[in-house]
Ligand binder design. Sequence first.
Ligand code: BES
Ligand code: MN
Ligand code: ZN
Length: 500
Amino acid sequence: MGVTIEIGLPGQTEADALAVPVARPPHGLGGEGGRIVDEKLRGRLARLTSSGELRGDPGEALVLHLDGELETPRVVAVGIGDRDRVDLDVLRTAGAAAAEALSRIGGTVCWLLDETLPLSLADQARALVEGTILGGYSPGLWKTQDDRRPRAIERIVLGHFDTQELREAADRAAVVAERTNRARDLANMPPNELYPASLAEHAVELAGEHEHLTAEILGPGEIDALGMGALAAVGAGSRNESRLIVLRYEPPAPTRPDLVLGLVGKAITFDSGGLSLKPGAHMEDMKGDMAGGAGALHGMGAVAALGLPVRAIAVLAAAENLPDGNAFRPGDILRAANGKTIEIINTDAEGRLVLADALWYARREGATHVLDVATLTGAMELALGDLYAGLFANDVEWRDRIVAAGERSGDLVWPFPLHQRYRRYVDSTYADMKNASLLRQGSPVLAAKFLEEFAGEGPWAHIDMAGPGFFERSRGDYLRVPGGTGYGVRLIAELAAGLA
Ligand code: BES
Ligand code: MN
Ligand code: ZN
């Protein structure tokens, strides 16, 4: 936490390294700044390019030690690919590559902006700041030897003269990226440390950081009293009690007092599958099954930290899915808070159950525009991999807004159908619906049709982020380490900014 952002001409601020974006030939050093730097270096960057040692590929970073040629002791040459194809993600990747190349020293990096790139200076600032912060993230918080842990950049200087636009873009990006890293911390926390009650404590702490943010925590007694039979059942097999975690953000002067953004997050702190036990391989990654909840929580934190004039409520359904004598079973029929009955086919389809009651609660508390985020189905990851999440929505305008916010923020989403004739996938012989099907078809849309039954009146969208929410391995761009990705934080901040 707490990266310092400054804006100032390179040479007028101290830094441990000057970061110079380098494109692929023939326009490697296109901008004026890059050319001046290379003149002072007597053409060393150009020679590295012509020798093929520096290709200018996105993600590439090469550190050179200097001998007084510039005010900084180092230059880090950072690839940005083909100059005319540079976009926000390419610069995020450049930021992250520099952070990684400098991860043995940390300190201050000064970024050279480039007025010849096909991106505004504000967008360049945004992406470089975000990438530098996300790329400096380390999941090894539990390593006891300090020298095994990389050092993150502490201060970022944007090498340009100061404008309000540039400053605002850079500051906003820093806030959102740091919140994203905090969501990653939550997803990476082991399930013996992060369980529903400790996640609730995090929410209470977060609320304490912001004037207009409040937290309310509901325990098993309140969950039962509200008739939330679906949420209650999922947590029944664990000695770690369930929690419904509610955050409310009420800014003093909302632009649209009639609009309440409702964020609903799946927060299964560990998903063993329950009695429908998962296979052992990779089960440890199911500590990340609360990544949607973490995204909603710190997305809300970002909205509050940015002071966006949008009313919002976040509802996290937190439970641990374990098998034991009290566990719910296949064959059980549950009654959700909205009165609908659910036949359990598979206890591993638990996310939709806890979300059912959380969606109902968000509506009851006045949410007008609802978005749920969840690591819901393995099939979504099979379909889209680690880059895009799947999006399902009951409203075209709401869907399009979310797609656009995803595109701008880097939390990518792709729309999937929610046709009414998929409803038969959840038809049950005994109850209003079933939570899973033995038919191995369309599992993400089946889950979405299930959730739709609890989405209430008004625009609702569901993001299945099973792929981009938690990594087994680096994606190689600006998310360079395994584990939690903070998916959702950036999208929520962007979406809320657009509603303001
Ligand atoms: N949390 C899992 C989905 C998941 C799997 C997320 C892999 C990330 C990586 C979810 O609770 C689950 O188990 N879904 C089942 C549903 C099935 C039993 C109908 C699935 O997708 O296999
Ligand atoms: Mn499951
Ligand atoms: Zn799950």
